[in-house]
Design a protein around this ligand. Sequence first.
Ligand SMILES: Cc1ncc(COP(=O)(O)O)c(C=O)c1O
Length: 498
Amino acid sequence: MTTGASRQRMSMAGAGLDRNLDLPLYQQVATHLRNQILDGRLRAGTRLLGSRQLAAELGCSRAIVLTAFDLLYSEGYLQSVPRGGVEVAAVARPSGSMVPAMDAGAADEWLSQRWRAVLKTQYDFDLSSPFSPGAPDVSLFPFDVWSRLLRQVWANPPKAASSNMSPLGWQPLREATAEYLGAVRGLLCRAEEVAVTTASSGALDLCCRMLLDPGDEVWVEEPGFIEARWSLKAAGAKLVPVPVDDKGLCVAEGIRRAPKAKLAVVTPSHQFPLGVTMGLERRQELLEWMNGHGGWIIEDDYNSEFRHRDSMTASLKSLDRSGRVIYLGTFSKVMLPSLRIGYLVASPRFVEAFGRGRARIDVHTAGTAQLALVEFLRQGHLLRYLRRMRATYAERREAVLAALRQLLPDELEIPPDPAGLHLTALFKPSLAERVSDRDVSQRSRAVNNFVQPLSQCYLGVPDRQGLLIGYGQLKAEEALPRLSSVAAIIQDAQHLAH
Ligand SMILES: Cc1ncc(COP(=O)(O)O)c(C=O)c1O
């Protein structure tokens, strides 16, 4: 290619025009030249090829090249040369190009320390695995009903739903959620105590920023829900792991480790990941500790809908008289994870402050589904679907239990846990001494049956080894063959360790 004073070669390599793209051809030529100018490959003063020659190289018409030149003239990237021709103009390149480009391998120093702390956590998961612990079976969801409701409500939407909604959510949804919680969870609350949130993770994240200052101590369950720790870290909290035994959170140990912690984040009905239900005595101890020093409790009541009513324990929230328990729930599991709608239940004073702040942060949860969800609840679709899914998950759970008893009768111990979408199989001491759950987990990925290791749910040194076996997406008839391949990995690892 010809050059002017700089005698630089103008490369059209990589400018392959794609006639299937929506972007017009002249825009594709202009984009290629503009990028070369901006990243310094075409310097100021470089004389461009003539339009005819360039068109021949690119395999397009001359008119396309001329239109691209016109565009770049008007943007100031090109200028004409007095005795004919076109050259690159002196353009200010973005100052960002002076610092190293941010490629995937670059270190993370440019991130805030808190964000780095969030990213640093190792978390091995595979949502497509049949054993994914929190994944419901969305293939059974009544999409026909849901799409009809979406169409109906949006055919003639209330005016207030088309612009910004209340940061606390669509008022009819707050009312319908309060009713739903009374029916399904036995939690009696009023609409003014309910806020609609971006699933329970969104609620937790905002609550952390509302309540915590950097450096504040927070009790987290050990082992516990890794994802909850991310929001806490992002808020600058100092995490204090508090052990969980067969009665739930060891409150006395928490008091010993951090007596004045500002907050405790707990899953009392169905501890994640062990599945233990916190006994009444521990619940009272926890509430007393909170009241004694003006702390807060976030009760994550995930998946309690999948417990049969007769085995349901009252929520911590329903025992709270001081208004310092914040109850979180979600429609992610009982409906669709992608819905991203959840709720919090707290004192009207807390809810009001939550709304005032939220109006200044992300304003409100997307409105589209909120309206349809009201009808889904009011018309009883969710209760019907839930009844069906409880039976489905109970059957899948039984199939997993039967398979594990048959395959690994002496190696595993499975704590009673009649709820949710997963169970945790603990390694008995004789197995835990010889085989690591992380090793089994890694090898299970290779056979497309990934199971999460229990030890990754620990903040400190794990005192137990085990596997989190989700069954939400697992067909009952698949339990035995799939678990056979996991059992073979365990047996193989045991032999190697001998
Ligand atoms: C312990 C726990 N809490 C809460 C959630 C729900 O999160 P979200 O409502 O953000 O989907 C999950 C989902 O896996 C969970 O395992």
